[in-house]
Design a protein. Structure first.
Length: 234
């Protein structure tokens, strides 16, 4: 099959799944900003996105996209290393046209994966998972069920811990580098590779990545600042 047997096809799969994940990031960023404006509004969104069939379908779809993206990323990386052979061990100066993020996409991707795992433990496992277990007739802690749709509660608990704050900011930094290269590179793989548009996409990638990461980081910093002002009493 062309999408798996050829290098170009694999890059197309990487690009399409990456763009789909970018769209989800945009939605998730907008959702998180609601928490800064209205705790009640944010919790309403969380309740709407609980263990409902449409939310579960979206979750499974996202998981599939992410797994495919990871598999193809490793596949392409191994393919590129095999193609370079012994040349990858040679000490050479970094070409001026090659970005740092481009040379370290695998490492950045691994940091993003670890950060995602942490995020799932702190939020998904405490919100949608207890509701899902309850709906399936499995044991679910009563306290966990009570706070399953209280997203603000989990945000406050997570970002009152300075260790989590630092880890999340490191994760977001890696995400920024990953997005700045991955976004325009996806467009290039899909055919937007002329000199005019590739420069435009690079500019758009930098602007978009900065907006997304700053907005995510804003939630982390604001809730951490609130916890400091409250002294853990609020």
């Amino acid at each position: 099959m062309w999408l798996s047997n050829s290098s170009v096809g694999r890059k197309v799969v990487m690009s399409v799944t990456g763009i789909a994940l970018v769209l989800f990031l945009t939605f998730h960023m907008a959702m998180n900003l609601v928490a800064l404006i209205s705790a009640e509004g944010y919790n309403m969104v969380c309740e709407f996105l609980g263990a409902n069939w449409y939310a579960l379908v979206a979750t499974v779809g996202l998981a599939a996209l992410f797994i495919i993206h990871i598999i193809y990323a490793f596949w392409l990386t191994m393919q590129n290393r095999k193609a370079r052979g012994n040349e990858r061990y040679a000490v050479v100066d970094k070409p001026k046209t090659v970005e740092w993020a481009s040379q370290n996409m695998l490492v950045l991707g691994l940091i993003v994966i670890v950060g995602l795992g942490l995020h799932l433990i702190n939020f998904w496992a405490k919100m949608q998972l207890p509701e899902l277990m309850h709906n399936m007739g499995m044991y679910a802690d009563a306290t966990a069920l009570e706070f399953a749709a209280n997203g603000v509660h989990h945000i406050e608990n997570t970002f009152s811990n300075p260790v989590y704050v630092v880890l999340y900011l490191i994760w977001l930094g890696a995400l920024w580098f990953h997005l700045t290269h991955g976004f325009w590179s996806s467009m290039q793989s899909l055919g937007w590779n002329n000199k005019v548009w590739i420069n435009r996409w690079k500019c758009i990638s930098n602007i978009y990545s900065t907006i997304v990461v700053v907005c995510f980081a804003l939630v982390v910093v604001v809730f951490f600042a609130k916890s400091l002002m409250c002294g853990g009493a609020c």
